[in-house]
Design a protein around this ligand. Structure first.
Ligand code: CA
Ligand code: ZN
Length: 404
């Protein structure tokens, strides 16, 4: 193949204009006429370095594309990357395919984060090579379970009190849950490298209930004046000044209360009941000051990103604290969360060590840490959560009812 260079100033001018206009026709007619050249130009990738696809397909839909100024033929190949063994690429078309179907729930990329990393090369006739570090992200299309939520707002005194929070504030919490439980929170990248390989998408989503227990349409919110006078055991009972749960084998009940003491500080931001408890009290209680991402919020206590509810629902789904409560004897029953005895401040400084390993304090199930420090669940926690939906699990009836 001939090596070319621009033969005239005129041509170069046209070429500059054509590049500005991105008119390929101009460009090719210009380079084709110049043939007295010395220097081969390597191809340049024009296709994106990142691509996202849905689960369970062989051809990714991605087509590598490079241009070559000399109009050489381009051959595509996979030349490196940690996940290169999972792919084939068509050398002519650049179409990228999996060798075997990807399964979002069982990631097969090396660090199991559903992001496959490969290097794609484009080689011209003169063996000049362009390399593209390419990342393919798999978006799980299969939600294992979508759990309807009913929020019982227990407001103070009158409906105009700030504790009678808006539907908008409630929806801001649902949005947080659907990011945190889908490994889609924007701060996930702050996770230390050593823990990235165990980050899990829980594959569970949440939505406001759209049908009430009587089969009528609903927005999934009840509003009741709180007459429990600070006795939290009364919260799930209408005849004691609280609000009865909707059937706990069909809904996740969340009661919102005023969590502040007389100094205005939130004492207990939330509480989640483990599977297998009393169905009449089953659900999660959260201080409205720690709920959602819209005011009113306990900003000064850094309960402002909705992570309290993420954490409490973690308990409701059978997860225990990462923090062993100052003891290395106390395990959370999850193998990929290291034993930890440290009591954490709001902003622990990474790395911290206890029980002979680095502490995973950025796990959603760490107590006492500020909302913006909490980032991730693990594969082991996912397994533990999914086990509650099995026939002998504590939330199998919920699973059955939602799958009907
Ligand atoms: Ca553990
Ligand atoms: Zn907790």
């Amino acid at each position: 193949m001939l090596k070319r260079i621009e033969s005239s100033l005129n041509c170069r001018a046209i070429k500059t204009i054509s590049l500005m206009l991105i008119t390929v026709i101009f460009l090719s007619s210009c380079t084709a006429e110049s043939d007295n050249s010395i220097k081969n130009q390597a191809p340049i990738f024009t296709s994106s370095a990142n691509f996202s696809i849905l689960d369970d397909i062989l051809y990714t839909g991605y087509q590598a594309k490079a241009i070559d100024e000399d109009l050489d033929n381009i051959t595509y190949s996979i030349s490196g990357g940690t996940d290169q063994s999972r792919f084939v690429i068509d050398s002519t078309s650049g179409k990228l395919s999996f060798i075997s179907r990807p399964d979002f729930s069982i990631p097969q990329d090396k660090n199991r984060d559903n992001e496959y990393e490969i290097e794609i090369s484009a080689t011209d006739d003169n063996q000049a090579i362009a390399r593209l570090n390419f990342k393919l992200s798999i978006l799980g299309q299969n939600v294992f379970l979508r759990i309807p939520i009913v929020v019982h707002v227990l407001y103070q005194d009158t409906p105009t009190d700030e504790s009678n929070i808006s539907n908008e504030k409630i929806l801001s919490q649902i949005a947080v849950l659907n990011k945190d439980y889908r490994k889609n929170n924007s701060d996930l990248s702050n996770t230390p490298t050593e823990f990235k390989s165990v980050i899990a998408d829980i594959n569970i989503e949440f939505e406001m209930a759209s049908v009430d227990p009587n089969g009528l349409p609903t927005q999934g919110v009840t509003r009741t004046q709180d007459l429990t006078y600070g006795d939290s055991s009364k919260i799930p009972f209408s005849d004691q000044g609280g609000k009865d749960a909707w059937p706990t084998d069909q809904y996740l009940n969340i009661w919102l209360i005023d969590g502040a003491n007389r100094h205005g500080k939130v004492r207990v931001a939330g509480r989640g009941q483990f599977p297998g408890g009393d169905p009449l009290t089953d659900g999660v209680i959260v201080a409205y000051q720690a709920f959602g991402t819209i005011a009113p919020l306990a900003f000064s206590q850094e309960l402002h990103l909705g992570r309290t509810t993420t954490h409490e629902i973690g308990h409701w789904l059978n997860l225990r604290h990462i923090d062993g409560g100052y003891s290395c004897e106390k395990d959370d029953g999850v193998s990929d969360t290291p034993l930890t005895s440290t009591g954490f401040s709001k902003h622990p400084s990474y790395p911290m060590y206890s029980c002979g390993s680095s502490d995973m304090f950025m796990n959603f199930m760490t107590p006492s840490v500020a909302d913006n420090e909490l980032l991730m669940f693990t594969q082991g926690q996912k397994d533990r959560i999914h086990a509650v939906f099995l026939p002998n699990g504590g939330r199998h009836s919920l699973y059955n009812n939602l799958r009907k």
